[in-house]
Design a protein around this ligand. Structure first.
Ligand SMILES: Nc1ncnc2c1ncn2[C@@H]1O[C@H](COP(=O)(O)OP(=O)(O)O)[C@@H](O)[C@H]1O
Ligand SMILES: [Mg+2]
Length: 847
C-alpha cells in the first residue's frame, strides 16, 4: 500500500495519484448547559453541514494528548521575580501530585474535516513517473535508512502553479459554502504534519517537535505575485520549485515526506493490533493501536442523550475516530431504492404465485423501502456511504485489549456493534491519514442519512480552561484537570479580568485568593483589597512569601491620615474625577442638582491649585465659600462626615500622602470598615457606612493607578466584597474604569461580589474575561447569574446553580466554555491560609 500523502501545502494535501484534499479544523461548540432548543439548533447546523457535503470526505476526531510535564516545564522556563526557586519547586510538586492523582497526561478532542476536491479541477499537467517514486510504503517504513537515500530527489508528483491556483479557488468555494453551517478553519502545514506523525507515535508519546515547515505567522498565501513560485514558502517546498517547459512547477522531494512516516511497524505479532516502535532517548519504545469498525448501526438516533461521538468525551481513555463519507445524491439514492423495491415486488409476486404467504422479512423490507422513498421524496436529502473506524491505543497489549472491550461495551449500550477485524488493521491504520480514499472494507460501509451523522454531535466539544500549567482543580465525572492562567489572556487578545459571584460562604474569596496566589508566585505583582480583614494572618501561613507579602491595615492614627485622599496619589484630573464621584455619592446629588454644580466647580478650582494644596478638605472649603444655600447645606453635610472617626484617612489637612506598594503582594485593609448589609439602599445607610463606601471609591482609584504604574509586568488587583461599591452608579463608573485600565495595562482585576446584577452593565461585562459562580438560592440572583454567563435559564441550569457546592463553582473560561470545577490548591498551608470559617483556624493552630 502506498503512503497516501505525497505533498501538502497550506491546507491542501496531495496523494501520489494527484488527488487533492482540502483540510480544515472545526471550531466546535460547547454543548453542555445548553437548552433543548439550542441543542436542536446545533443538530440543524450539523445537518446543514452534512447536507452540503458533495465530495468524499474524511472526518478525523482526534484526541490531542499532552503530557503535564511539558506544561510545567514551559511554566518553569518563564517564571520571574523573587519567588523563582519556590515557584519551581511548587511546579514540580504540583505536577507530581497531579500525576499521582490523575495520570501523566490530558486529552483534548479536535475535529478535522478533509474534503476531496480534485474532481472539480481540470488537471492541466500530466502525471509523471508516478510509479517510480513511491514503491511499497510499508516496506519502506521497515527500512527507514535505506529509504531516505533512495528517495532523495526523486519526484513522483509535479504540480504547476496554475493547477495550484485552481485547487485554491475550488477550495475557497467549498470552504465558503460549508462555513455557512459549521465554522471551519483551514489547517496549517504543521497540523497536517501532526496528523500524519501522531500515527507513528500511538501509545508511545507525542511526536518530537521536528517539523518540515517552520511556523509561519498569519501570512495567507493565495494569489502569488507574478514571477514568484506559487508554492514557495514552506521550507520543504522552497527547495524544489523548478521551471519546466516554461511552467513553474513544484516537485516535492519525497524523502522529506517519507520521513514523516517514521518508526518500525510490526503487523505480524498480533493480528488485531498494530505495534509501532520508536527510538526514544536511545531506547526502543513500543506502542500498540487497535482498530474497530462498525458492523451494525441502530435504525434511529436520538438527541439529546445519544450523541454517539460526543459521548467519547466521557471515556477515561482517548479514542480517535475516522469517518469516511461518500455522498450519494438524492436522485442516485432514489434510483437505488426503486430498484430495491422492484426487486422486492418481484420476489413477492414470485412467492404469491407459488401460493405461499409472504414472509415477514419481505413485508418489512418493502415497508422500509417505501418509507425511505417517501422520506427521500419529502426532504430531498442525500445519503452517505459511511464507514466508521475507531482507534484505541495503549503502551501495552493487555491494557489495549481492556480498552477495546470497554469501547465495544460502551457502544453496545447505544446499539452500535463494533468489531475488531483481524488482518485489516494496517488498512484501518491508514484511515487516519489526512488524505486518500476509503481503505475500510465494503462490509463495514453503511448507507446513512445526514440526520444519523448529525446525531453524533461530532463538532461538540467539552473543553475547559487553557494550555497553561496553573492547575486550579478538576471537572466532570472523570476528574479532568483544569488549568487556567489569566495572564495568558492578553496574548489571546482577551481580558484577564474575572468575576467571582455568589452568596456568602460559597468560596469566592478562596478561589480568587488561590488564582491570585498562583499568579504572584509565578511572577505577577498583586494588590488585594480586603474589606472584611479575612487575610490578616496570611503571614503565619504563606511563609514562602516572606517579606514580599505586606499586610497594610489603615487605622485611625496619625501615620495613616490622608492616605485615602485621592489627591494624594492620583494626578490632578483623575483625582478630580474621583473626588466628584465620592462627593456625589456622599451627598446623594446628581448633575441636575445645584449642589452638584457647586461641588463640581469647587473640585475644578482645587484642581488648579498647587499639588500641596489639593485635598478633599480643600474641596469642602471651596464648596463652603459658595454662598448658594444648596452649596452651604451640602458643605455642612460633608463636614459632618469628615469629622467621623476614621474620616481623617480621607479628609486630612496635613501634607498629601500616598501609600507605597513596594512588595510583590500587598493586602490592603481598613480597620473597622463598616459595610452595609447587601441590598441596603444608599438612602438607608448611616454616615459611617457611607464613609466606608467612600473609602472603597478611593481604593478603587488607587487600584487603577496601581495597574497603570506597572505597565511592564503583569499585575493583579483583587477587590473583595465589591457589591458595596458596584451597587452605586458612581461606583460602577469607577469599576468600569478599573476593569478597562486593567485590560489596557496588562493587568487582571478580580471582582468579588455577592451581586451579579451590578456586573451585567455591558461595559463591565464585556471587559470581564472569565467568571466563577458560586452557590445562590435566590431565584432572581440565579437568573442574573445565568444571564451574566450567557446561559439560558433552563430548569437544569437553575438547579445547577442552586446545587453548587462549597468550593466547586461554575467556571466560564476565556473561550466561553463552562463547567463545574472542584477547586483544589493541593497544599494544606494554602487551604488553611484561605480558610475564613470563624474559629476553625484557631482550633487548627491550637492542636
Ligand atoms: N476549594 C475549596 N477547598 C476547601 N475549602 C474551601 C474551598 N472553597 C471554599 N472553602 C471553604 O469555604 C469557606 C468559605 O469560603 P470563602 O471563600 O470565604 O467564601 P465567600 O468569599 O464566598 O464568602 C472557607 O473558609 C473555606 O474553608
Ligand atoms: Mg469572601
Amino acid at each position: 500500500m502506498e503512503f497516501p500523502v505525497a505533498y501538502f501545502e497550506g491546507n491542501l494535501i496531495f496523494t501520489p495519484d494527484r488527488k487533492c484534499w482540502a483540510a480544515y479544523e472545526a471550531n466546535g461548540f460547547q454543548y453542555d448547559f445548553k437548552s433543548m432548543s439550542t441543542k436542536k439548533s446545533y443538530f440543524q447546523q450539523l445537518l446543514g453541514f452534512f447536507w452540503h457535503l458533495e465530495k468524499p470526505t474524511r472526518l478525523l476526531m482526534l484526541p490531542e494528548v499532552s503530557k503535564f510535564v511539558d506544561r510545567f516545564e514551559r511554566l518553569k522556563a518563564r517564571v520571574t521575580g523573587p519567588f523563582v526557586p519556590y515557584a519551581v519547586s511548587h511546579a514540580d510538586m504540583t505536577r507530581q501530585l497531579l500525576e499521582e492523582g490523575l495520570g501523566e497526561e490530558g486529552t483534548k478532542y479536535k475535529l478535522f474535516v478533509m474534503i476531496n476536491i480534485d474532481d472539480e479541477v481540470t488537471l492541466l499537467s500530466q502525471v509523471k513517473g508516478l510509479k517510480q517514486g513511491i514503491n511499497n510504503f510499508l516496506k519502506d517504513i521497515r527500512d527507514p535508512l535505506n529509504k531516505a537515500e533512495r528517495m532523495l530527489g526523486i519526484s513522483g508528483l509535479e504540480i504547476t502553479e496554475s493547477d495550484m491556483r485552481q485547487y485554491m479557488a475550488t477550495e475557497k468555494r467549498i470552504h465558503d459554502r460549508l462555513s455557512e453551517s459549521l465554522a471551519l478553519t483551514k489547517i496549517k502545514e504543521r497540523t497536517t504534519e501532526w496528523i500524519i506523525r501522531r500515527n507513528f507515535w500511538k501509545g508511545i508519546g507525542m511526536p518530537p517537535q521536528r517539523y518540515l515547515w517552520q511556523e509561519e505567522e498569519e501570512e495567507e498565501r493565495y494569489a502569488p505575485v507574478e514571477g514568484a513560485l506559487a508554492v514557495s514558502t514552506g521550507r520543504a517546498a522552497k527547495d524544489v520549485g523548478v521551471n519546466v517547459r516554461g511552467k513553474k512547477v513544484i516537485r516535492p522531494r519525497l524523502a522529506e515526506f517519507m520521513s514523516l512516516t517514521e518508526g518500525k511497524v510490526d503487523l505480524q505479532r498480533n493480528r488485531r493490533a498494530v505495534k509501532i516502535s520508536q527510538q526514544v532517548g536511545g531506547e526502543e519504545v513500543s506502542g500498540y493501536s487497535s482498530y474497530l469498525t462498525v458492523s451494525e448501526l441502530p435504525d434511529q438516533f436520538y438527541i439529546p442523550g445519544h450523541e454517539y461521538l460526543y459521548k467519547l468525551n466521557d471515556l477515561d481513555f482517548p479514542v480517535a475516530v475516522s469517518i469516511y463519507l461518500d455522498p450519494k445524491t438524492n436522485d442516485e439514492v432514489r434510483q437505488k431504492v426503486n430498484l430495491k423495491k422492484m426487486d422486492i415486488d418481484d420476489q413477492s409476486q414470485h412467492t404469491a404465485s407459488a401460493g405461499s404467504d409472504l414472509p415477514l422479512s419481505l413485508l418489512q423490507a418493502r415497508d422500509e423501502a417505501l418509507m425511505l422513498e417517501k422520506d427521500l421524496d419529502d426532504n430531498k436529502f442525500p445519503m452517505f456511504d459511511t464507514s466508521f473506524v475507531f482507534e484505541v491505543v495503549s503502551s501495552n497489549e493487555e491494557d489495549l485489549l481492556l480498552r477495546t472491550d470497554a469501547l465495544k461495551d460502551f457502544y453496545k449500550s447505544m446499539h452500535m456493534h463494533l468489531v475488531n477485524p483481524a488482518g485489516e488493521q494496517w488498512q484501518l491504520f491508514n484511515e487516519f491519514m489526512p488524505a486518500g480514499t476509503r481503505l475500510c472494507s465494503p462490509d463495514y460501509v453503511h448507507r446513512i442519512s445526514p440526520h444519523a451523522l448529525a446525531a453524533s454531535m461530532i463538532a461538540a466539544t467539552k473543553r475547559l480552561g487553557d494550555d497553561s500549567a496553573f492547575f486550579i482543580g478538576t471537572t466532570g465525572i472523570l476528574n479532568n484537570p483544569v488549568f487556567f492562567d489569566p495572564s495568558e489572556a492578553p496574548r489571546k487578545n482577551k481580558s484577564g479580568s474575572g468575576a467571582f459571584i455568589g452568596s456568602l460562604g460559597g468560596g469566592k474569596s478562596f478561589t480568587a485568593n488561590f488564582i491570585c496566589y498562583l499568579l504572584t508566585i509565578y511572577g505577577a505583582k498583586t494588590l488585594i483589597f480586603d474589606p472584611k480583614g479575612d487575610r490578616g494572618d496570611w503571614k503565619d501561613y504563606l511563609i514562602e512569601l516572606g517579606d514580599e507579602l505586606d499586610i497594610v491595615t489603615l487605622d485611625d492614627r496619625e501615620d495613616d491620615y490622608g492616605k485615602l485622599d485621592p489627591w494624594g496619589f492620583l494626578d490632578a484630573s483623575a483625582a478630580a474625577r474621583t473626588a466628584i464621584n465620592i462627593f456625589a455619592f456622599i451627598g446623594r446629588v446628581n448633575p441636575r442638582d445645584k449642589a452638584y454644580t457647586a461641588m463640581a466647580k469647587a473640585v475644578m478650582y482645587v484642581k488648579t491649585l498647587q499639588q500641596k494644596d489639593r485635598s478633599m478638605l480643600a474641596c469642602i472649603e471651596a464648596i463652603k465659600r459658595n454662598p448658594d444655600p444648596a452649596a452651604q447645606d451640602f458643605a455642612d453635610m460633608l463636614e459632618t462626615i469628615a469629622t467621623l472617626p476614621y474620616a481623617k484617612l480621607m479628609f486630612y489637612d496635613g501634607m498629601p500622602r500616598s501609600m507605597s506598594l513596594e512588595r510583590r503582594m500587598t493586602v490592603l485593609q481598613i480597620a473597622n470598615l463598616d459595610l452595609p448589609d447587601i441590598g441596603t439602599a444608599s438612602e438607608d445607610m448611616d454616615a459611617s457606612q457611607i464613609l466606608s463606601i467612600a473609602f472603597m471609591f478611593s481604593i478603587t482609584s488607587f487600584a487603577t493607578r496601581f495597574c497603570e504604574d506597572n505597565k511592564e509586568e503583569f499585575t493583579v488587583v483583587v477587590m473583595d466584597e465589591f457589591w458595596a461599591l458596584s451597587g452605586t452608579k458612581e461606583g460602577r463608573r469607577l469599576v468600569t474604569r478599573l476593569i478597562r485600565t486593567g485590560r489596557y495595562f496588562y493587568a487582571a482585576v478580580f471582582i468579588i461580589s455577592q451581586n451579579a446584577e451590578d456586573l451585567l452593565d455591558e461595559r463591565i461585562k464585556n471587559n470581564i474575561g472569565f467568571k466563577f459562580a458560586f452557590r445562590s438560592s435566590d431565584p432572581d440572583e440565579i437568573r442574573k447569574t445565568l444571564k451574566f454567563f450567557d446561559l439560558e435559564p433552563t430548569e437544569e441550569n437553575i438547579s445547577m446553580i442552586k446545587n453548587i457546592q462549597n468550593g466547586k463553582p461554575l467556571f466560564q473560561d476565556l473561550d466561553g466554555h463552562c463547567g463545574i470545577v472542584d477547586i483544589e490548591p493541593f497544599f494544606p498551608h494554602i487551604k488553611e491560609a484561605f480558610d475564613t470559617t470563624p474559629g476553625r483556624k484557631k482550633v487548627a493552630e491550637a492542636s
